[in-house]
Design a protein around this ligand. Sequence first.
Ligand SMILES: [Zn+2]
Ligand SMILES: [Zn+2]
Length: 189
Amino acid sequence: MGGMKPSILLQPLGDVDKNLLYDTCRRLQRIIDVNVDVSDIYIEIPEEAFDNLRGQYLSTTILHHLKIWSVKLPYDKIVGISNVDAYTNGLNFVFGEAELGGRVAVVYLARLRPEFYGGEPNYELFVTRCLKEILHELGHTFGLLHCRNRRCVMTFSNSIYDTDYKEANYCRNCSAYLLRNGVRVLNPL
Ligand SMILES: [Zn+2]
Ligand SMILES: [Zn+2]
C-alpha cells in the first residue's frame, strides 16, 4: 500500500484467447487503480482436477495448483483464466473461485459465452461478463464478501442472469472497503 498500486497478473490456464485477455486487462484498469499484466505464457490445468463422471473440473484443485505455481511471481494478485467448466463441492458449477483475502483466483469462461445458452456469439457481452467475474473474484482476494446490492459486482451470481444484471463496478460500501485495503475504485456505483 502506501500509495503503491496493487499489481495483478492475468494468467491463462490452458490456451486462452489473447485478445480477450488484453481487452479485459485494459478495461480492468479503467475501473480500479491497479497495474495489470497479461502473462505471455500459459500453464496447463492439472489433469487430476478433471472429474470423469461430471465432465467438469474441480475448481479447488485448479486454484491450489495456481497458488503453488505462482508463489514466486512478483505480483500482489494472480487471476487464472480458463476455458474449462468447473465446480466446487456443494455447487453444480462456478464462474470463478478465489482465496478470500489471499493471492489467487480463477475465472472460468465456459459459462460466460452466449453460445453456452444457445445464443449467438457476442464478443462484447462475453468480454463484459469476463470483466465482471474477474472484478468479483479480485474483490474476494482483497477480503470482500458477497454484497446485497444486486447491481454491485460483489453480488453472488447464481446464474448468468445475475452476472448480466450486475454492473462491472463496485458499490460505495465495497469501494470504501477496497480503499482501506489499498485499492482505489475510480468511479464507484
Ligand atoms: Zn463470490
Ligand atoms: Zn457492494
